[in-house]
Design a protein. Structure first.
Length: 423
């Protein structure tokens, strides 16, 4: 006979052995079901990317403005196809074909230059490159010598031209320009260059006949009316909006915006990196610790390397929260290099060591919290949520630093994203 056991100061009868045996059997069966379920799940393809279903996530692009406009609806269709694709950027890049009422007739094949614009030869003709000697005296040659495309026939009284100018080592400026009847494109470009403030930073909507962006623009054509619409997108790291313009007799007319980012502040503005309010507190705490290792960057000079690294890291956390399937393991350093670099950094002072110890302590906690977040946000089984959390957190961790490496950029990828997207 099993003797009574004492718990909290009271005598409690021990359960009969047969009940204990049954309980152990039930637990073993549950474990076996979970294990076999995970194994069966492992052989199945991952689901298609899906919207984050947590409150406030805005799990897919949405329209702001004239939502009934055909061009806006088709831009939204295009945006959602880009959003749920595997690429990290949210530009209308490398897409072709028709989206309902509009067809794409000019779009950037890559994010590199105007030479990679794919343009419909029945609508556009190339703009011949000019030699520096033919440029307007006193004006930078690069503005006029760069090639582009110009509409062959007029639309709403205009001919649309796409061209670009090298702004500096930092970026290019890409232009969509409306050429009125009776003028030359050269005269239009010269008059645009003479606008107030152009040399110090062109005001993007200073004129109704010129649009400027840091990225080549996409042109859509209504298959019924032949009217054109322009998609302008800018800074993909922070998931900036696409702005859609129609070409009217009065010039470019803004129709709507496609928004990608959730969360609007009290004053109606969009926060640059709003994922912070979605990620679980342990993940936010780890992100803050990693950011604290970068310092202020006050002594960086013109290159602003700390600012760019911080921007890259914040954009990665945005993808961790909302588009984990799109993350690609391309940080500069391998995990071993980052771990070694952080250890060397930590011995420089007591405060550094405290941050280092906190990172080591919080990392596994953040990884588990992120796995639970993926279960809720994307309705993933626990095993898949855990593998996705392992991958995305490692990419975010390594993307927060740049240490010396003899391997070179991207020499060690760290593996493929487990959320594979079927082509």
């Amino acid at each position: 006979m099993v003797k009574n056991q004492h718990w909290a100061g009271r005598a409690v009868a021990a359960p009969p052995l047969r009940y204990v045996t049954r309980l152990l059997g039930v637990l073993a069966a549950l474990w076996l079901c979970a294990a076999t379920g995970s194994l069966a799940n492992a052989g199945q393809p991952w689901p298609a990317p899906r919207p984050n279903r947590l409150p406030g996530a805005h799990g897919q692009p949405w329209l702001e403005g004239h939502a009934a406009e055909p061009a806006c609806r088709d831009a939204l269709t295009l945006a959602r196809s880009v959003y749920f694709a595997a690429g990290p950027d949210l530009h209308p890049v490398s897409v072709n074909g028709k989206a309902h009422d509009f067809e794409l007739i000019a779009y950037p094949a890559t994010a590199d230059s105007m030479s990679d614009i794919v343009a419909d030869a029945q609508v556009f003709t190339p703009i011949a490159s000019r030699s520096p000697s033919s440029d307007v005296p006193g004006q930078p040659a690069s503005f006029f010598k760069n090639a582009g495309y110009r509409q062959t026939e007029r639309n709403a009284g205009w001919r649309l031209a796409l061209t670009f100018r090298n702004q500096s080592w930092k970026a290019n400026n890409y232009f969509a320009v409306l050429q009125p009847q009776g003028t030359t494109l050269r005269a239009v470009l010269q008059s645009m260059y003479e606008l107030p403030g152009f040399g110090a930073g062109f005001q993007r909507d200073a004129t109704s006949t010129a649009l400027v962006s840091y990225f080549p623009m996409t042109v859509l054509r209504d298959t019924a009316s032949e009217t054109l619409a322009i998609i302008r997108s800018d800074y993909s790291k922070s998931w900036s909006a696409w702005t859609i313009f129609r070409i009217a007799p009065s010039g470019f007319k803004q129709q709507c915006k496609v928004r990608f980012r959730p969360h609007v502040t009290a004053d109606g503005d969009f926060t640059p990196y709003p994922a912070d309010h979605l990620l679980p507190p342990p993940v936010r705490r780890l992100a803050a610790l990693l950011d604290s290792t970068l310092g202020s960057g006050d002594q960086d000079g013109e290159l602003q390397s700390t600012l760019h690294l911080r921007d890259d890291a914040r954009a990665i956390w945005l993808a961790v929260a909302l588009r984990p399937w799109a993350m690609q393991s391309t940080p500069y350093n391998s995990r071993d290099e980052v771990d070694a670099g952080l250890r060397l950094w930590s011995i420089q002072g007591k405060a550094y060591r405290q941050i280092y110890d906190a990172i080591q302590q919080d990392y596994p906690i953040a990884r588990r919290a992120l796995a639970r977040y993926y279960e809720r946000a994307f309705d993933l089984p626990s095993a898949r949520a855990a593998s996705l959390s392992d991958y995305t957190l490692d990419v975010a961790f390594r993307s927060s630093f740049v240490f010396h490496s003899d391997r070179g950029f991207g020499a060690e990828s760290g593996g493929d994203n487990p959320w594979e997207i079927s082509s």
